[in-house]
Ligand binder design. Structure first.
Ligand SMILES: O=C(CO)[C@H](O)[C@H](O)COP(=O)(O)O
Ligand SMILES: [Fe+2]
Length: 228
């Protein structure tokens, strides 16, 4: 997998936004400086919550033509949704490795469908579980909460996973998701994360633009420190 140069990317999660206004909320995030949209897909089985699937993503894509869409697939059967999500206009298909038996095959099918590949790890999943598949992926997502709900407390004890990845893969896109905001971004950026998912901290902010800009500034300064 060809990589680099390392760039900071801020991808707000719309999970806790007013989903009756999905298009307007998404466009507002992009207008306020988001680099991509992180769309949380939950099946009520892999996680104890339900959100939305490819029909909604496709409707959103029909209104937002060019933004980069990531779907965070918190589903028991991610193989099943590859084609529909590609058809819906998804750019990055991030799936949890825990329920998947044939990870290389799933990565290949995602790529053949024209999407980038993200591999996600729940908090209790060790880095050794993903190690042999890193070269098949564009992004590794380290969950910093138990997946299923927005607004939970950031798990700082996930940072050693991020540090290990950054140490061994200097140009890998490493994403963190869960409880990330102005109070926790330092931990994430110092550990080496460059793709930042932030839900409630951005959605509930009075000034979304300034929160997104602050998150970016912190991550960019860490990337800069590593490069000098
Ligand atoms: O995947 C998720 C939950 O499973 C969400 O992306 C995440 O929780 C974002 O929301 P917040 O920043 O409020 O934690
Ligand atoms: Fe997510």
């Amino acid at each position: 997998m060809a990589r680099g140069p390392l760039r900071c990317k801020i991808g707000p999660s719309i999970l806790n936004s007013d989903l009756s206004q999905l298009y307007q909320e998404s466009q507002r995030l992009l207008d306020n400086g988001a680099d991509y949209l992180h769309l949380d897909v939950m099946d009520g089985h892999f996680v104890p919550n339900l959100t939305f699937g490819h029909p909604i993503v496709k409707c959103l894509r029909s209104k937002i033509k060019t933004a980069f869409f990531e779907t965070h697939m918190m589903v028991s059967n991610p193989e099943h949704w590859i084609e529909p999500m590609a058809d819906a206009g998804v750019n990055l298909y991030t799936f949890h490795i825990e329920p998947v038996k044939e990870i290389p095959k799933t990565c290949r099918l995602i790529r053949e469908a024209g999407m980038k590949v993200g591999l996600a790890l729940k908090p209790k999943t060790g880095i050794e579980e993903v190690r042999q598949f890193i070269d098949l992926a564009d992004v590794i997502l380290i969950m910093t909460v138990e997946p299923g709900f927005g607004g939970q407390k950031f798990m700082k004890d996930m940072m050693p996973k991020v540090q290990w990845l950054r140490h061994n893969y200097p140009l890998l896109d490493i994403e963190v998701d869960g409880g990330v905001g102005l109070n926790t971004i330092n931990d994430c950026s110092e550990a080496g994360a460059n793709m930042i998912v932030s839900g409630t901290a951005v959605i509930n902010a009075a000034d979304q633009r300034s929160v997104i800009a602050s998150l970016r500034e912190t991550v960019e300064s860490s990337i800069h420190k590593c490069n000098v």
